[in-house]
Ligand binder design. Structure first.
Ligand SMILES: Nc1ncnc2c1ncn2[C@@H]1O[C@H](COP(=O)(O)OP(=O)(O)OP(=O)(O)O)[C@@H](O)[C@H]1O
Ligand SMILES: N[C@@H](CCO)C(=O)O
Length: 315
């Protein structure tokens, strides 16, 4: 992107927003886990809109047209009746776009943070969070992106309630990434309008257990607690990695603690897919990528290894 002609940039407004893995299996639209892969932005007022981007999907992040960060920024200020100052953004992105890692939540939250700061809106953190959740349409990614750890969220009449736990757990978060992205909108369109009662009950039971597992650091509960019956079965046809990798959760259950194989605690579709999240007892186990590639039958499959993030930084 072209350079801003702003000569004296001064101290930038700084944002660092984590990737998120929503749902964690049964917690559809309710649970999100913040991951230590970041969208980092430094912003200054300038004489025009400029973006310089590095990192993952840098070409998409640097686009000025239909850029979710900028459209959110401009729209929030337009609704507030404030003329949007033009900005120079310096972006470094580590979050894969359209892969089920909460890229749109981080971009929306960034746009709202920028609007609040450069438009002097004076919003509280709760107002910023609610605005981004309303724009996303469901709170799971946005709430975890802001608050970090494993965040449970409920949106009722545009008012958000949240609770966070597990931010200090050192479990490994391993993401198997197929080559092509999948738009969340498309993955949501595959879901039925109603569900059998037994599927809903099974998901309520799993979700309750899953929250307890994160709150108490009970990795032994994840294999059962990450089972889902309300979105994963319907998304398998557009997320072909999922049926190949779900059995990995069972493979570790029978291992003797003496065996030095990476201990897999649970497996789920990451967000709306197509990536798959594999949670391990240890952070970044070196033998796991090869195990995942073998199960997927794809030697070149990308595997990202990361850990739980504490959430957003701004200022
Ligand atoms: N850093 C960014 N800059 C500009 N646009 C972005 C950025 N991050 C995400 N987007 C926009 O959001 C789209 C991806 O959003 P989508 O909801 O489909 O997937 P996701 O958020 O990555 O996955 P999920 O919601 O399942 O976690 C991108 O195609 C792009 O339009
Ligand atoms: N809960 C959302 C997360 C993706 O944005 C879904 O599964 O569609």
């Amino acid at each position: 992107m072209s350079q801003s002609t702003t000569t004296d940039r001064g101290k930038p407004y700084h944002l660092r927003l984590p990737a998120t893995s929503a749902n964690l299996g049964p917690g559809f639209d309710a649970l999100g886990l913040a991951m230590a892969l970041y969208l980092t932005i430094d912003a200054w007022v300038a004489d025009g809109f400029y973006i310089e981007a590095t990192g993952r999907d840098a070409d998409l992040c640097a686009r000025l047209e239909d850029n979710l960060i900028l459209t959110t920024y401009v729209d929030v200020l337009a609704v507030a009746g404030v003329l949007a100052p033009r900005l120079h953004l310096l972006i470094n992105n580590e979050i894969p776009l359209g892969m089920g890692c909460g890229s749109s939540a981080s971009a929306l939250l960034a746009g709202v943070f920028l609007a609040n700061h450069f438009g002097n809106l004076g919003w509280t953190g709760q107002q910023i969070l609610e605005e981004a959740c309303i724009r996303e349409g469901h709170p799971d990614n946005v709430a975890a992106c802001y608050l970090g750890g494993m965040t449970a969220s409920l949106m009722s009449k545009n008012s958000l309630s949240t609770s966070t736990c597990g931010e200090n757990l050192i479990w490994g978060l391993n993401l198997a990434m197929p080559p092509a992205s999948l738009a969340t909108e498309k993955a949501r369109a595959l879901l039925p309008a109603t569900y059998p009662r037994e599927d809903v009950v099974a998901n309520i039971q799993s979700t309750a257990l899953l929250v307890a597992a994160f709150a108490q650091g009970r990795g032994d509960l994840l294999r059962i607690a990450m089972q889902d019956r309300i979105h994963q079965p319907y998304r398998m046809k557009v997320c072909p990695l999922l049926p190949l990798l779900l059995p990995l959760a069972d493979s570790s259950a029978t291992l003797s603690p003496k065996i030095a194989s990476p201990r897999i605690l649970g497996v789920a579709l990451s967000g709306a897919g197509p990536s798959v999240l594999i949670i391990t007892e240890d952070a970044k186990p070196s033998a796991l990528p090869a195990m995942i590639r073998e199960a997927a039958g794809d030697e070149s499959l990308e595997v990202l290894q990361t850990t739980i993030s504490m959430g957003a930084l701004e200022g």
